[in-house]
Design a protein around this ligand. Sequence first.
Ligand code: CAA
Length: 296
Amino acid sequence: MKNLAVIGSGTMGNGIAHVFAQYGFNVSLIDLKQEFLDKALAKIQKNMDRQVAKGVISEVEKEAALGRINTFTSMPDGVKNSDLVVEAATENMEIKLDLFRQLDEAAPEGAILASNTSSISITKIAAATKRPNKVIGMHFMNPVPVMKLIEVIRGYATSDETTEIIMALSKELEKVPVEVNDYPGFVANRILMPMINEAIYSLYEGVAGVEEIDTVMKLGMAHPMGPLQLADFIGLDVCLSILRVLHEGFGNPKYAPCPLLVNMVEAGFKGAKTGEGFYAYTQGSKDLIVSSQFKK
Ligand code: CAA
C-alpha cells in the first residue's frame, strides 16, 4: 500500500494526511475548495516545523513529507490511483452516505474505503457501497500527529482481510490500533462522551465552576485536560451530535445531552473553533480564561 487519499482537509483530515506523508506514503488531499487545501497545507507545515524543532523529524524529512502531499478539488481525480481512501469529511450521515456512494464508483475496485467517523455506523456507511467487506472505521484522535491510538472499527460485513490490512498499516504509522465492533460511539466516545456530559451537568446543577471541575479531573485523575476544556477542544457541536447518536442508538436516557450543552451549541458557542465555549480563546494565547458566561 503506497497511495492514499484523504477526503476533507479540516483538523482531522490534515492531521491524517500529515502522518501518512511523514511515514512515506503518497497522499492525495481532497477538499471542495483550493483555499481549504492551502490552509491545510500551511497547518501541516506548521505542525511539521514543531516536530523539526523537537527533533522528531529532520528538515530534509519534513520537505520530503510535504512533497508527498498533492491536493485535489476533484474527488474522482484524487482517488483514482488510491489503495486506501480515508474519509474525514463533515460528521453528517447524509453527506457520508452520499460520499461513499461516489467513492465506490470512483476509487479502484480493490481499494479499501475507511471512515474517520467518531460515531456514525460503519455498517450503514458500508451498506451504501457495493464493497461492504472493504469498508472499515479508522478513528484517529486529535491531535493526530501526537495521539497514539487508532480505533479500528469493524462493520457487520467488514472482512478479516480488510481488518488485518488496516491493523498492520496503523502499526506502520507507529500508532497503536485497537479493534472494536460497530455499536454506537464504538468504545472511545461511548466512554468519553458520558464523562463530558456529566461534567457539563455538574456545572449546570451548580455543583462546581468550570475551573474547579477541570482541576478535579486534571489533578485528581491525571487527565491532560479537564473534561470541559476537552469538550471545547473537540467542539461542543461534535460532542452534542455524538451524544445524540448514543441516546438514539441505545434508547437509554443516561445518554441524554445536558440542556446547557444544547443551549451553548444553539447560541453558537461551540468551543475553541468559534473562540468561546466553557473558556474564551484569544488568538495565539495559551492562557485559559473562563468564559464570562460562567464567571461567578
Ligand atoms: N502536531 C504535532 N505535534 C503537536 C501537535 C500537532 N498538531 N499538537 C501538539 N504537539 C506536540 C507538541 O509539540 C508537544 O511535543 P513535546 O511533548 O515533544 O514537547 C506535545 O505535542 C505536547 O504539546 P504542548 O506542549 O503544546 O501542549 P500540551 O502538553 O498541553 O499537550 C495535548 C497538548 C497533546 C493536546 C494534550 O493536552 C492532550 O493530550 N490533550 C487531550 C487530547 C485528547 O484527549 N484527544 C482526544 C480527543 S477525542 C478525539 O479526538 C476523537 C473524538 O471522536 C471526539
